[in-house]
Structure formats: C-alpha cells, structure tokens
Design a protein around this ligand. Sequence first.
Ligand code: PHE
Length: 335
Amino acid sequence: EAEDALGQVQDARALDEWRVRYLGKKSALSQVMRQMGTLPAEERPRAGEVVNRCRERLQAAWEAARTALSERLLAERLASERIDVTLPGRRQERGALHPSVRVIQEVEDIFLGMGFSIAEGPEVETDEYNFEKLNLPQDHPARDMQDTFYLTDTLLLRTHTSPMQVRTMERMRPQAPVKVIVPGRVYRRDEDDATHSHAFNQIEGLVVDEGIRMSDLKGVLEQFARAMFGPEQAVRLRPSFFPFTEPSAEVDVLCINCGGAGCRVCKETGWIEILGAGMVHPHVLDGAGYDSRRFNGFAFGMGVERIAMLKYGIEDIRHLYQNDLRLLRQFARPV
Ligand code: PHE
C-alpha cells in the first residue's frame, strides 16, 4: 500500500505527508514496533527482522522518491528559466549636453587657452553690486534698461554677470593682471518671445592691467569669434552705451547661417549681436580698489543662447528652454 501511494506522489508536500503517514510516529509500522514487547520472547527476533526490513525498504523508497522529485523540479526550473544569451540587449539612451552648456564649455576652453581663469558668483545679488558699484546710482535712468526682479529692497536676481567684475577685482586687489571669465544665469522681467527670455545665460569677461587698450579688447573678441565660429569669421563693433564702460560697444558677428544674406536666425539683417563690451569705467575701477590713474581694463558680457542659436541655426530661443527631446537628441555625441 505504501509503495503504491508513493507512486502517486507528485510534489514535496505530498511526499512529506506520505512520510508522516507511513514512517511517522503514528504510522502502522511504529505501532507494530511499539507492540513488540507483547510478543512471546521466541517470536521477537523474527518479527523484529521483518519489521526492520519493511522499515528500511520504505525509508529507501522515500529517499529515492525525494531525490527523483528534486531532480525533476530542478529540470523544470532550468527549462522554464532558460536565458537566451544571444538575444540583443535593450539599448540605454545616452544623455546629451544641452546646447547652452556646450557653448559655455566651448567658450571656457577658448578663454582658458588665452590665459583667463573661470569664476562664478551669486544669482541672488545685492542692489549695490548689480547697480551701484557699476556706476548706476539709485534713480539713474539707465536702470530702466534692465527690468529687475527684486526680492527685497536691497536684494534682487542679478540682471547681468557684470557684478562679478567688481567682486573679482575686490578679491584680487592689488594683484594685476586680472583675467577672468564668469559664466552664469541672469534674470530679467522680459516677456518671453523668440529672442527674449526672463532667464538666460551670460559669460562675463574682465581684463585689468596697466596699459590695456581698446584694441586689446577688439583683438581678444576677434580671436574668440574665429575660434568659436571659424577662421574667417567677421566681427563688427558698434558704438553703444553702458554706465560701467567708456567707451562702450556692441559686438555683432556675421550670421554664419546665411553668410550675411539675411535669414530667420539673424532676422534678415545678416548680423547677430552677441555681446556688449567696453573699457572699464574709471569709477568702477576706483570703487573696486584699482587706482584708475594706473590701471585700466576691458570687460564684455556675451549672451550664451544667442551664440547657441547662431552656431546651431536655432530660430527661437524658447527651443532652448523647453527640453523637447527632439531638439536635445540632436546634440547627443555619437557613441
Ligand atoms: N552687462 C551688460 C549687459 O548685460 C553687458 C556688458 C558687460 C557690457 C560688460 C559692457 C561690459 O547688457
């Protein structure tokens, strides 16, 4: 009966039930063994031998069944969990540097190559550094040039990276030369449109030393434009006004998208304004601890997104802020 029953066993639980039933303490076999003492002495050896053989046989049968069962379960698992190592893997998408970040890194490389160092400053600025120390006293009409996000009476979101001109000079004085560029985010209360954004990136540049001339500024900017856009890149300076530079200029580069013929990237003008610049105003130098009778310098502030738009032929600045993967994927480097 026990052997027949073992033949029906299909899984570990049934096997265990079988063991309890036929080999356990309450099994018929155990009951027989317990009753041995009631037999006449001469019958005990023979009866003991029969019972023992029976028990050994059932024990051996149980062990064999257990081995067979575990082998069968293992075989089933191996079959069901088979891995096809020849299947192609699932491709991970690689991230890409945002075009604005790429421009910042390229500009940094170019200026590092010209001996500049890189600094960074706070996005929450004081009125003093963003305006006063840049020769823009309270109520100066030029403050209206830049609509400002004020946080308190004296704290604001910087409208340009120029406050870092002053912070850098104050940190460096009295050493010369000062040669630094400062990338960073700036904020203005502008309506967002194809060419304006309330938050964008600038890179400030500042050189202070003895005997710096406007031609040094022009040479550095031409060198930069050629490294950035190509060896033939044309650059033009237009007279302009900033309270913290005198004289001041705005700098245009010939549109590389249309070669000057006029297109949507340059709004049909053939030129794109990429930065403001000029000779550091004596008031700014003196205020930051560099005697303007001995030192002079130049400064510039370029618009990162403008450069990205020109370099990559992007017609609307908003494309740079919307994180549309169709745009960003175009900047993934080939694997
Ligand atoms: N800070 C000016 C702006 O944001 C640019 C500038 C920087 C002009 C340095 C002159 C010198 O428009």
